[in-house]
Write a protein that binds this ligand. Structure first.
Ligand code: DLL
Length: 461
């Protein structure tokens, strides 16, 4: 059996993520009144599982009957829709990888005639063809509803001004948040990414309540606001709807401090829908994965065996209602764990814990496994250091090397050699990795306008 490369992967379920603050709602009726879509959000788990099973049976049959890829892969695995006699039988179905979607470029994964597709998105492939995702009008409607659910669960209310700095375009972030915020009855500023000075001006002049952005871009906005002398923290900004990339607890605390808001995490991926697959509630204790529309599993990424609730591993998602392009057991590559312990908000849907990173983003430096977010938690808040960093991976001869580029906080007098040495020591004692640390001038580390490039791997350059 192959062994997992994932740090912390394992099968000893730990208790779920802790709760913060007092329960908002004390009774089931109170909870139901609190939801955006209460009939589903607060369902008992047993009927919720029954609903999942019914929907799973339908979607597996739909995929099998209309997508050649599924017909072949199921047949090759010796299974058919009839194999599914309980939810647990999903484990017999083959996993879908990103490469399978690339091979189906552009439309071979569609389960409906192309004319029924009202929207096409695509995920950014750095090399080769992107992966294309189609939506029917009904799929778009469900997506808007789920995004509205995330917004409401996170504390956004009708009438709030939502400054949407996720990119609009083939990326799902901009449109996903936009439709959800409109559905909830918010006023949306569809500014998209970039043009950061203007973002700061509109955030202030419009009096936005919600900033929707990747955490790295939110940090960029905060920095530009500070440089312009604009105090966003003292204004009406209340909620940061952040997602699209991993962020450490330290980074989120830094954003809360700089922008005077509360971070609400948003999760999703284009292959499965886009943002809104899961979202945090005001308890800030993990992201509720909407189980009436998705089936979540955790597998061991090496052996592909399903792991029990509470174990750390790779998240695999099956769409239960998506008509245009159903995904049966899509490998997200995201490393996390699930909990179905009751949440203080009253919502019954399981929670996805903080995403540690993607297993394909994990650095293996001289045999040591390390996620960029682990290094981030050490760097952010480090005395004298600004929260901007990049990791450069090199190879000298047969040995991998890691160089960490950080910036000193402008205007501070620091002994750079001493500071670099201290950081080097901390990284070594955290993960056992030797590295070089380079303290750069302010602005030396590239700023993000969307998803940050945290790692530059020069090993194959
Ligand atoms: O990033 C969708 C999205 C947009 C989610 C805006 C949230 C907000 P993709 O470009 O297909 O879709 O990238 C999906 O991004 O597999 C994760 O690796 C990562 N990701 C998304 N949300 C989070 C999060 C969008 N909250 C990939 N924490 C996913 C950590 C995240 N990683």
């Amino acid at each position: 059996m192959k062994h997992s490369l994932i740090p912390g992967a394992g099968c000893t379920p730990r208790p779920g993520p802790g709760r913060r603050g007092k329960p908002q709602v004390k009774t089931a009726a109170g909870a139901a009144r609190a939801g955006f879509d209460p009939g589903f959000e607060f369902m008992q788990r047993k009927p919720l599982r029954e609903l999942q099973y019914q929907r799973l049976r339908d979607i597996v049959r739909h995929a099998f009957e209309h997508v050649e890829y599924y017909r072949h892969s199921f047949t090759a695995a010796g299974i058919s829709p009839a194999t599914l006699r309980s939810l647990d039988d999903i484990r017999h179905f083959p996993l879908v990888e990103k490469q399978n979607l690339r091979d189906a470029y552009p439309f071979k994964m569609l389960a409906v005639p192309r004319e029924k597709v009202v929207r096409l998105h695509a995920s950014s492939g750095t090399t080769g063809k992107p992966t294309v995702v189609g939506y029917t009008a009904a799929d778009i409607d469900i997506w808007a509803g789920l995004m509205a659910r995330c917004l409401f669960a996170g504390g956004v209310r009708p009438g709030d001004i939502v400054h949407n700095a996720y990119y609009y375009g083939l990326f799902t972030g901009g449109f996903g948040v936009h439709y959800g915020a409109e559905r909830l009855g918010c006023s949306v500023t569809p500014i998209s990414g970039g043009n950061t000075e203007k973002q700061v001006m509109l955030l202030k002049d419009f009096g936005a309540h919600v900033l929707a952005a990747t955490p790295s871009y939110a940090l960029n906005i905060a920095e530009v606001a500070a440089r312009q002398g604009v105090d966003l923290a003292g204004g009406p900004l209340r909620i940061g709807l952040f997602g699209g990339e991993p962020s450490s607890q330290a980074m989120r605390a830094e954003l809360e401090r700089q922008l005077g808001l509360r971070v609400v995490e948003l999760y999703g991926l284009s292959e499965v829908m886009g943002p809104g697959v899961a979202g945090a509630c005001t308890e800030q204790a993990g992201m509720h994965g909407w189980e009436d529309h998705f089936l979540f599993e955790i597998i061991d990424p090496a052996s592909h065996e399903p792991l029990p609730m509470g174990c750390t591993g790779e998240l695999v998602i099956t769409t239960l209602t998506k008509q245009a392009q159903p995904m049966i057991r899509y490998r997200t590559r995201d490393i996390t764990r699930l909990t179905d312990e009751p949440c203080a908000c009253g919502r019954s849907h399981l929670r996805i814990e903080q995403i540690a990173g993607r297993d394909d983003d994990m650095l293996i430096i001289r045999g040591v496994n390390l996620y960029p977010s682990q290094i981030e938690s050490l760097l952010v808040g480090f005395p004298g250091i600004a929260p901007h960093y990049q990791l450069i991976v090199t190879r000298q001869g047969s040995l991998d090397g890691l160089r960490i580029q950080v910036e000193a906080i402008p205007g501070t007098q620091v002994d750079r050699r001493q500071l670099a040495e201290t950081i080097r020591h901390r990284v070594k004692s955290m993960g056992g990795v030797s590295c070089e640390v380079e303290i750069m001038e302010s602005g030396g580390v590239p700023r993000s306008e969307g998803k940050a490039v945290r790692v530059r791997d020069l090993r194959h350059a």
